[in-house]
Design a protein around this ligand. Sequence first.
Ligand code: ATP
Length: 214
Amino acid sequence: MRIGMLGGTFDPVHLGHLRSAVEVREALELDRLHMIPAPQPPLRDTPQVSPEQRFELLRLGIGDTPSVMADDRELRREGPSYSVDTLAELRQAYGDSARLVMIIGFDAFLRLAKWYKVNQIFSLAHLVVIARPGYNECWPEALRELVGDREVDSVDELMRSPNGNVLTLALPSMMAISATYIRERLEKGESVRYLLPEAVEEAILRHGLYHSGE
Ligand code: ATP
């Protein structure tokens, strides 16, 4: 089994997340991709929309996309949400020989050295880093040291073992969409059409989310 985990704040989910999910699933030939919202991301400010509402938007956004699922396991856990704990749960669920892959965008990768128990992550999963428009920096020294000789050049090489390798991937449709941009537009009452799925836009407008009021 090849299993992917794409965590995030999803505040709200947008087409940059969803198109990346579809393309990374294809590129890695994943059997299943778990998209997992964090209730209280350790390295960010508290989002204004509740974890349950963000999960519901994610569920609506994924719709019937094959093999991609909205996973609320971090919402059911007490305390801060650490990826290492989520990966340990997934490892437990899928067994020792499953290929488990944590997928993150390049902006998130740049902060990886600060993550909780980051070295333990490599004993649970592979890491795939997705290129993101606007983030072209070189790897900081701390990341070079952290990744060391884990880096591989192809999906085949990545999947030779259950965990421990790092691959950077440029997906075909790179989208310069961020949740920050969407929140800013919604706050000003501006259109977000075609930045996120229609069902997500419709729910946001219906519930008046991300709108600071008149
Ligand atoms: P914000 O603007 O609020 O920081 P975001 O749009 O970066 O949010 P997150 O929920 O923080 O969204 O992202 C979850 C994961 O998806 C991260 O690993 C991030 O790098 C990745 N990601 C977000 N947007 C894109 C995109 N347009 N293309 C590729 N990856 C993305």
